[in-house]
Every structure is written in C-alpha cells, then in structure tokens.
Design a protein around this ligand. Structure first.
Ligand SMILES: Cc1ncc(COP(=O)(O)O)c(C=O)c1O
Length: 431
C-alpha cells in the first residue's frame, strides 16, 4: 500500500505524510509478538505506545469485553450509571493509596490531564479563592496533545505551531539521574532552589503543580529520585498548592509498584490514569481525586458543579476491560516485579558498548542514551536510522531522539528480553 496515493485515507499521528516511510501492516498480536502481513514477526518492546500491559491478544480481557458487549455496550452517564463503571471506580481506589477516593472517567491520557487541570482550577474558584490561577510544571514534561495538556508541557517541535494558543506555565528544572550519576545532589538542590524562588514570589498564585512522578516518558525516559519528589511535595503542601500526578504512563505496575505514587511515597490531590487501564484494549481514562477536592464541588450551588464530560464517559466495554486487566495485574504482580532485575543484568551486557551511556531503570522500564557527539533531542540525526534498523531486525523499539528504551508488556520472558538487549547492542555497534 502506498500512503502517498489514495490507497489509504488514514492520516497518521505525529507523521509527516510526505516523507514518512511506508508503515508496516500488522495482522495480529499475541503476547509480546506482532505478526505482520506476509508473516514476519516483530517483538513489541514498547507495549505499543505504553498501553499493552499484559501482552497482545490477552484472552481474559478479550472475553470480558465480548461478554459485556452482549449485555450493555454503551449508555449515557447522565442520570444513569452501570455496574462496570461503579465496580472499576471502587477497584481503582482500592489499589491506590488511601486518600484518593473519587474517580472521574474520560477517554485518553490527554483528557485525564485536562480534567485534572480543570478540576484543580475550579477547586479554588469554588472555595472563593480567585487568585490561584497559575500552574507549575517540570521542564521536559509531556502531558498530552490537547491545548491544556500542551500548556503545562514542554514547548517543543510538537507544540511550536500552537504556542500562541497555550497558557503560560512556570517551570522548574527536572533533575534527571542515572546509574553512577555523581552530580544528582547538585541538580536537585538547584531545582529546589528555583522552586523556592517561585514559591516565595508567587506561592499563593498557583492552583496546582502537575508532574509525571519518577519518570518523564515522552521527554526522554528521564528519571528522578523519590526523595526529590518528596521534597517538592512538601514545599507545595506548605503553600497549599494542589499536586497533580500524571500517571498516564507510570500507572498499573510500570514502575515496579502498582502506581509510581506508591513507589515515591507521596499521595497527590489529583491523579491521572489511562494507557494501561484497560490492559491496552480500549481507550479509557480516569482522573482520581481526594475527598477534599471532591467536597469543594459538592454543593447546592449549581455553579460549583464540575461541568465536564464526554459522550463515551465510562464506556461499559472499557470498564469491563479495566476490571479484567486489574484481575490479571493483582493475580500475578510478580510479572511486573521481576523485570527490573532482568534489566540490571541487561545493563551489565550493554555497558560494554561505549556509545551507550546514562543507563537508568525504574521497574519495568530501562532507558539509555546513545552518544552522538551532536546536540541531542527528539530530532537527533541517528533516530531515523535506529527507528528503521530495530524493526528490520525484528524488534519494535522507537527511540526518543537519541534515547533508546524498553518498556515491555509484562508477559515478556527473560530470554526475550536478552534478545532485545542483544539487538540494541548490535544496532548501536553499527553506528
Ligand atoms: C505522561 C503522559 N501523560 C499524558 C499522555 C497523553 O496520553 P494520550 O496519548 O492517551 O492522550 C501521555 C502519552 O504518552 C503520557 O505519557
């Protein structure tokens, strides 16, 4: 199929249609493997944009969706509710740290973030506090592609065309770290100093700070230390600023714990979930908040209502998939807990390649930089080569600029991961 002709009417995301190579045609998926038209196999080492939690073609989730589709496929969630949505909300708060108690559904990671931002903003209005109108965020953050989510995200080639539309956000440095990083304390102190300066000048102007806890995903799999997050959290709390954790990527076992907030040991006021929530089967999202946030909207005054919703709010099929996925997650947590140790072994092998630097692991996620001698970033000149070579060798790996990372479905085996490390070593060796 030629995407430059009328053979395809599909306009692909994040893609320059004129210069993009032909996409690979995928026929089916099972476990960690994708089968292409023509029979070639490709190992999905990135969980298809970080959504496929347990593996492709997971039969329990497929069966749960099929069963739900026979009973109730969709229903308006205004004045009506249904069992899968109610059950999933209770399951989610049962697994999250105590204090997070109310679940607001939407459809994807960006909407989970939009909901979180709007909730935080209106929270203060509802309390009669009109001067808390600004947001804080980290440099390098990615929170999605809708306008609010872009506004609190890093300005980049992705936002450039829209910058005039975005609201201003104050940012502080993200002290990324890696194995054998001996400058981390200095970087953290610098970030905290900048936060202190902003808080001293404008501490009572901020509605909330939004952040990706422990790992900035699209920003280059950049990791920070839990103790740094705790220090940020304490400062925000002392200024009564709401804390929003964007766990769209880190949720559901990715960091080696059910949620990054558990690993970080801090509880946000608002937490955004999507991606793995249905095991990667259907689009669904949830923004979870504390009673304190919820109570600010709970009132006889209609103007204190949270006027936000979506046609597919709490779609029953998505919720049924979510419940089945949580059954799996909780019945075999060792599946996501054991991957970190395999990554440590993998690093031992990959470290022999001197072009690979800044190794870092957080639970199931391993990332490293390929040294290029040029200014790096998303448009790094080696990225197209790497993006082409990995699939040629049978592995779906999509570097973020010069950052190569593995974020696998939890069904991956130690042998399969060894093959991924070997492939990375070989391809980087070709450079
Ligand atoms: C941390 C984070 N937040 C939000 C989003 C946006 O999610 P979606 O692509 O489902 O809109 C992403 C997507 O990669 C993400 O990684």
């Amino acid at each position: 199929m030629d995407i430059k002709t009328k053979e395809s009417a599909f306009w692909y995301p994040f893609t320059q249609m004129k210069t993009a190579p032909e996409p690979l045609q995928v026929k089916s998926g099972k476990g960690v493997m994708l089968e292409l038209e023509g029979g070639r196999q490709l190992m999905d080492c990135i969980s298809s944009w970080w959504v496929t939690l347990h593996g492709h073609g997971q039969t329990e989730i497929a069966a749960a969706i099929a069963a739900q589709a026979q009973v109730l496929e969709q229903v308006i969630c205004a004045g009506l509710t249904h069992a899968p949505a109610e059950k999933l909300a209770l399951r989610l708060i049962g697994l999250l740290p105590e204090g997070l108690s109310r679940v607001f559904y939407s459809d994807n990671g960006s909407t989970a973030v939009e909901v979180g931002l709007k909730m935080a903003f209106q929270y203060w209005k509802n309390l009669g506090v009109n001067h808390r109108t600004r947001f804080l965020a980290f440099e390098g953050a990615y929170h999605g592609d809708t306008l609010g989510a872009m506004s609190v995200g890093h300005r980049s080639v992705f936002t450039q065309a829209f910058n005039e539309l975005l609201f201003e956000t104050d940012v502080i440095p993200f002290p990324e770290t890696w194995i054998d990083d001996d400058a981390i304390e200095t970087k953290e102190a610098e970030a905290l100093l900048q936060l202190d300066c902003l808080l001293e000048a404008n501490g009572d102007r901020y509605a909330a700070m939004i952040l990706e806890p422990l790992i900035q995903g699209a920003g280059g799999m950049r990791m920070c230390r839990p103790e740094f997050l705790a220090a940020v959290h304490a400062r925000l709390k002392s200024h009564r600023i709401l804390v929003i954790y964007d766990e769209v990527m880190t949720g559901f076992g990715r960091t080696g714990e059910y949620f990054a907030c558990i690993r970080a040991g801090t509880v946000p006021d608002i937490l955004c979930l999507s991606k793995g929530i249905t095991g990667g089967f259907l689009p669904l999202a949830a923004t979870v908040c504390t009673d304190a946030v919820y109570d600010a909207f709970y009132d006889d005054d209609p103007m204190k209502t949270f006027y936000h919703g979506h046609s597919y709010t709490a779609n029953p099929l998505g919720c049924a998939a979510g419940l089945a996925s949580m059954d799996l997650l909780e019945s075999v947590p060792q599946n996501f807990r054991k991957i970190a140790a395999w990554h440590e072994t993998g690093i031992g092998k990959l470290q022999k390649n001197t072009r690979l630097t800044r190794f870092r692991v957080c639970g199931t996620i391993l990332a490293m930089n390929v040294q290029t001698g040029e200014d790096t970033g998303y448009l790094s000149s080696i990225a197209p080569y790497l993006k082409r070579r990995f699939p040629e060798k049978g592995f779906l790996l999509r570097p973020l600029g010069n950052v190569v990372y593995i974020l696998p479905p939890f069904c991956i085996t130690e042998d399969q991961l060894s093959a991924v490390y070997q492939c990375i070593g070989e391809v980087v060796g070709e450079l």
